[in-house]
Write a protein that binds this ligand. Structure first.
Ligand code: 5GP
Length: 175
């Protein structure tokens, strides 16, 4: 039985405010350029949709799908790509958008995979950062909020496909 905590970790108002701040920073950093924004399915789809609507430079979008969590809340530790991007990224400015970075393995895998294709630049943007849980050293270039341990849902993030569509972010007790 999954219980949702009574306390919202980030409200929809706080989320939208932070998304605008990140988008404004990205728009400044890429002024005069065109971005290829790559979202990691499924979790990043809501954050990415909000973000690209606030970014003022032209964006192309694409998606990759990577899996490490089978079901439940424990990572298998092994990353598998189940859908590659379809856009040519050679000599382009790439921004990978992810819902949350935890061990760092998923993003590092995609960064290494895409670097092989010689983009002009490649940066990462995560909405949530569980810094203390890294298994490798990985730093995202843009971070929404840094959080402690605890399993979060909402704003695209699920637990067994539940809670993705909550506009607010919660911590749940998965025991
Ligand atoms: P990493 O490879 O950095 O360990 O994990 C990244 C992936 O793990 C994320 O894309 C996300 O799918 C999943 N993940 C890590 N922590 C959480 C969490 O607290 N809640 C949810 N729903 N997924 C998480």
């Amino acid at each position: 039985m999954v219980e949702m905590s009574k306390e919202i970790l980030f409200s929809r108002v706080a989320i939208q405010k932070r998304v605008k701040e990140i988008a404004s920073q990205i728009s400044k950093d890429y002024a005069g350029r065109e971005l290829v924004v790559i979202g990691i399915l499924k979790g990043a789809f809501i954050f990415m949709a909000d973000l690209v609507r606030e970014i003022s430079v032209p964006c192309r979008i694409d998606f990759a799908r990577l899996a490490s969590y089978g079901t439940g809340s424990e990572s298998s530790g092994k990353v598998v790509m189940t859908k590659d991007i379809e856009t040519s990224i050679k000599d382009r400015d790439i921004l990978i958008v992810e819902d949350i970075v935890d061990t760092g393995l998923t993003l590092q895998y995609l960064v290494d995979w895409l670097k092989e294709r010689n983009p002009r630049s490649l940066k990462t943007c995560v909405f949530l950062d569980k810094r203390k849980r890294r298994k490798i050293s990985f730093e995202a270039n843009y971070v929404g909020f840094t959080i402690d341990d605890g399993f979060v849902v909402g704003y695209g993030l699920d637990f067994n496909e539940q809670f993705r569509f909550s506009p607010d972010i919660y911590i749940i007790n998965t025991n």
